[in-house]
Ligand binder design. Structure first.
Ligand SMILES: Cc1cn([C@H]2C[C@H](O)[C@@H](COP(=O)(O)OP(=O)(O)O[C@H]3O[C@H](C)C(=O)[C@H](O)[C@H]3O)O2)c(=O)[nH]c1=O
Length: 185
């Protein structure tokens, strides 16, 4: 497997080794020693299913101290996945990285603590699977506007399907996001 850099040093793309044969294929989707460099210890495993193309979940994060790093992947369909640096004082503050994740490319995306996360579906019937290194904590759960001009994510959609929570999300400037660069190190 290869761990690839992105334009934000802490955000990584993981390309697993896929072993094909006449029956189909096999790949390891997590291995503690091989993923050691990410310093990521899974605490929770999640799956979401999204029926319609053009649905956007995000931009989400959990406040410190319940912030979550995530390793995400798609096992059916395809998404454009986005990680946004929300750590005040970071040299890449408010910068974002996007990557296409699909059942076909089998890529994984590592989103560190201190980052907002979201994705927009590129197909119908998307199965999205991910590990988090901290438990879900509803009081810490936050959503900020997917189209916040201060961040400027190019989602490639103009009128996405959204949850009420995401429809009514505040701009980052109006949220109580408490991420500070260097606090976790
Ligand atoms: C995230 C989560 C949710 N829930 C419950 C809470 C709600 O009753 C229901 C749906 O939650 P929500 O609408 O927040 O689900 P998403 O919009 O997919 O949120 C997720 O989407 C983005 C892309 C993320 O990275 C986060 O994991 C998470 O914020 O599941 C749980 O019980 N445990 C959990 O870990």
């Amino acid at each position: 497997m290869k761990i690839l850099d992105t334009k934000i040093p802490e955000v990584k793309i993981i390309k697993p080794d896929v072993f094909g044969d006449h029956r189909g294929w096999f790949m390891e989707t997590w291995s503690q020693p091989k993923y050691e460099s990410l310093h990521f210890a899974p605490m929770q495993d999640n799956e979401s299913f999204t029926a319609k193309k053009g649905t956007l979940r995000g931009i989400h994060f959990q406040q410190d101290p319940m912030a979550q790093a995530k390793i995400v992947r798609v096992v059916r369909g395809a998404v454009m996945d986005v990680a946004v640096d929300l750590r005040k004082g970071s040299p890449t503050y408010l910068q974002w990285v996007s990557v296409e994740l699909s059942a076909e490319n089998k890529r994984q995306f590592y989103i560190p603590r201190g980052f907002g996360h979201g994705f927009v579906t590129l197909t119908d019937d998307v199965d999205f699977c991910y590990k988090a290194d901290n438990l879900y904590d509803h009081p810490s759960d936050r959503s900020i506007r997917f189209d916040d001009p201060a961040i400027g994510v190019d989602w490639g959609v103009t009128d996405p399907i959204l949850s009420d929570k995401d429809k009514n999300a505040p701009l980052l400037a109006d949220s109580d996001c408490n991420f500070v660069y260097g606090k976790d190190e």
